[in-house]
Design a protein around this ligand. Structure first.
Ligand SMILES: Cc1cc2nc3c(=O)[nH]c(=O)nc-3n(C[C@H](O)[C@H](O)[C@H](O)COP(=O)(O)OP(=O)(O)OC[C@H]3O[C@@H](n4cnc5c(N)ncnc54)[C@H](O)[C@@H]3O)c2cc1C
Length: 241
């Protein structure tokens, strides 16, 4: 479905003629995402909403569509910030859970690894994450700390060549499905800075519970995560600047 179609669905509405300022590449991202939503998402998403089930087949197709990235290199498609916003806008038009999924995967998890990860971590995770063959989560919010995230209580204590992480996180998108979880924790020195820790699926100190789904995001997965005395080897841990 091109940008010209959709008369009667208000999809052509562009009161401020914003589309005239888009580059051909930006228009292409908008058009491709719109087509994906029309052809793949809208015909099936209501059933996932009814069952409160995550649409895994759509994730697989989205991974092959070359729409997940916004990071230079590492096998990521070259989306500039406007293109990334257009992709997010269109995906959310189809379904808010898919939009949230993309925001967590590309905006939070991948970007954290790109900004703060070691070269080895970037090589290891980003190409697979851009294809959605590996999923990421971003664990900042805690049961007692949301907007005031700077007051987070999860600790990262240095122990020889490792860090030991202890704390609870809440509302973590992709929390159960993620292959890697970026956990934000405080160093006991009490400095107002955080450390990002790559955490892997399936280790014994990660407990995940699903929240009751919100009405508008029933297909989404949001988790409460208990990180109990998790030991991370030092070379996987990157202090923030
Ligand atoms: C669908 C969903 C997905 C999420 N995914 C993630 C995720 O993947 N990872 C993650 O870490 N977190 C995630 N979150 C958590 C989200 O980031 C927090 O909900 C958010 O930070 C707000 O925190 P809170 O819910 O504790 O609200 P609060 O911080 O308690 O805020 C409640 C209200 O008070 C207002 N308020 C707060 N402080 C002030 C102030 N100082 N001055 C004036 N007003 C104030 C806020 O604007 C808000 O209206 C998710 C949340 C949702 C709903």
């Amino acid at each position: 479905m091109g940008l010209e179609a959709g008369l009667g669905e208000a999809l052509r509405t562009d009161y401020f003629l914003l589309r005239e300022e888009f580059t051909p590449a930006q228009l292409d991202y908008l058009e491709r995402t719109r087509r994906f939503v029309q052809e793949e998402v809208l015909p099936v998403i209501n059933g996932y909403w009814e069952r409160a089930e995550f649409p895994w087949p759509l994730i697989k197709k989205l991974g092959g569509a070359g729409l997940v990235g916004g990071i230079q290199g590492y096998g990521c498609p070259e989306l500039d910030p406007l293109s990334a916003g257009l992709v997010t806008m269109e995906l959310n038009r189809g379904d808010g859970s898919l939009g949230t999924f993309l925001g967590v995967q590309a905006g939070l998890a991948m970007r954290s690894i790109a900004m703060l990860g070691s070269e080895e971590q970037k090589q290891r995770w980003l190409p697979d994450m851009a294809r959605l063959e590996k999923l990421g989560a971003f664990a900042l919010t805690e049961p007692d700390h949301g907007s005031d995230s700077v007051a987070l209580e999860t600790t990262a204590r240095r122990d020889a060549e490792s860090y030991v992480i202890d704390g609870t996180k809440k509302w973590i998108g992709n929390g159960t499905a993620a292959d890697v979880v970026v956990v934000w924790a405080r160093h006991p020195a009490g400095l107002p800075r955080h450390q990002a820790h790559g955490r892997h699926r399936g280790h014994p100190h990660l407990r995940r519970h699903r929240h009751h789904p919100e009405p508008h995001r029933r297909p989404g997965h949001h988790r409460r995560i208990r990180v109990q005395r998790r030991r991370c080897v030092n070379h996987h841990d990157q202090p923030s600047p």
